[in-house]
Design a binder for this molecule. Sequence first.
Ligand code: GDP
Ligand code: MG
Length: 684
Amino acid sequence: MVKAPDLSRIRSIGIAAHVDAGKTTLTERVLYFSGSLHKMGEVHDGAAHMDYLTEEQAHGITITAAATQIPWAGHVIQLIDTPGHVDFTIEVERSMRVLDGCVIVLDGVRGVEPQTETVWHQRSGFNLPALFFINKLDRPGADFTHALATIRDRLGAEPVAVTVPLATGIGAVHLIDKTVLTFTGEQDEEVQASACDEELWASMASYREGLLLAVAEADDRLAEQVLNSVEPEPEDVWNALRELTLAGKVYPCFGGSALRNQGIQPLLDGVIRLLPAPLDRAPSVAHRGDGTEELVEIGTPGPLVAIAFKVQMWDGRRHVFARIYRGSLKPGDAVVIPTADGQLIKEHVARIFAVDANRKSRLKEAFAGQVVLLAGLRQATTGDTLCSPDHPLVLERIEAREPVVSLAIESMSSEDEKKLLEALDKLQQEDPSLRLEEDAETGQRLLWGMGELHLQIAFERLAREFGLRVRTGQPRVVMRESISTPACDDFLFDRLLEQAGKSVAMKARVRVRVTPLERGAGNEVTVDPGVKPEGTALSVPQAEALASAPGDVLASGPLNSTPLQDLAIGIEEVELFGSGSTPQVLRMVTAQALHRALTKAGGVALFPIMATEVVVPAENLGAVLGDLQARHAIIRDTVNYSNTATIRCEVSLKRLLGYVTHLRSLTQGRGSFSMIFDRFDTVA
Ligand code: GDP
Ligand code: MG
């Protein structure tokens, strides 16, 4: 029999950061130092172990989150490397959903960057305890203290230093153990700890004080020792710091340089000592079919509950990544997936694997707490709950984000047509933030994604994995519309209709009012009409018909047939004419009245506005600002730090199409930018 793993010895963590902070480089080091990997691969050589997709190697970025297992200090770290580019945030979101903690990597020169803020918010959504690794401290201009300050200022979180790198960039002081760590050996794999001399220790006073004041909060005995200037036991400090970290009160920070192999092992020790085991996490809420709830606690026995968090084609076959929350799973087991409309899909798990980046090894059984890869599931998709056939449950779903950019896409030849649709279906199964749609007016096929890079990668994969070349149109952005003035109108329907050989009078009248609301207000619908003739009342089906009519109308506005937002709809008056005012007639009449009122109210187009951050060498600031103004950007602020200027602004996504190439030419390739959807608004 296979034994279930000791849950207190598992850490399921993710590494998240702004693009280029060094996540993949750090992961390579972690694998190497733990003995899981025999050779370090470098991102810039296209040889990183975790970036195994050809597109990842060609672009030097991480696109899909890769999973791996690392043995460390008698524990197993289940690690998921996540991409930093905003176009692939769905990967971050669905990974965090199944993790117990995370390490956030910062560039030691830049500190917190825009995408750090995004992953931070995602982390906060799942209450994940986190550590920071301040990376790239070997770079000129790197500043550990400044990086910590950006955590406080931009994330509103309390950083507490644990290892402080030495000014030389080589070696670090450990503030809990009061030691100086050096990393020696051929590949810096040996950690040597020596006592910290008093002079160096004195220079650490402010960091040490920060740490002690923090732990004093958690433990009265420590507080007393700190007050009386008694050196607390390292073990007590670790325990108190762990408690604070699990509660999300402080965020321990480790300094180093992944590229130069500095500071990695103390970070791993920190992961084991400070981040939660599966047992330390709050139980998950699961919904039963009858509307009641059940708490699912990892480690308590019971029927299987697992969540599918990612679909991935592997050797051309469909595989599903899942995390088990309760029970166990064996090859051949039947599972059910409850659907949103109350159905149960039955499937069989054919094989189960443990995963190490692009290698997989078969498991005879998988247990609660583990992240595994499943083969044989044909229908399970991202966010589905897999459970025991006699105990169906639904865990909270993973929210997909709305894609914002689209390209018209056509196959080069008609023979490729079917193949293209199949390939696109596979890509969408893997990535719910890609969406294929037909334009109702032009009949064109549009592929929607989170950004231009996202779509570009999809096309590259079509070419490489499926041998498909496609023709694409100009990029287009997602749109919404609203109205400019209040308007009121009514509609009377009065017709004789043939029904089963008899002619029946169909008649009703409805009056509606539409009113524009503030940007971002959403839509409000009020159904409380005066009913004529006096003394009559609406039947339940009639009232339901009225309430359901605005939904259809709001989905496609009169201006551009795009969804309507920021308006109030009031159904003010209904006139009934006996049995001819059926629910169907009322629904149709309401929709017509709304169309008229909306047309009268005059449409306004709303465009996606992106919160954008552009980072450029200070000498290019003038040229870049001028160019942004030409793109009608609203500049929020500009910060100069260490020869780099950071511009925060709001720009319409339409005016940012192709910006990446333009920015490169303005800055000789040194500028970068990131953007994230903020709101829909009118633009200049
Ligand atoms: P990711 O996008 O967060 O996965 O970042 P990568 O690991 O791909 O690293 C981005 C770039 O920064 C690569 O060229 C790395 O070689 C480089 N890099 C990573 N860590 C360090 C570091 O500690 N010091 C320096 N100087 N460069 C680093
Ligand atoms: Mg990477």
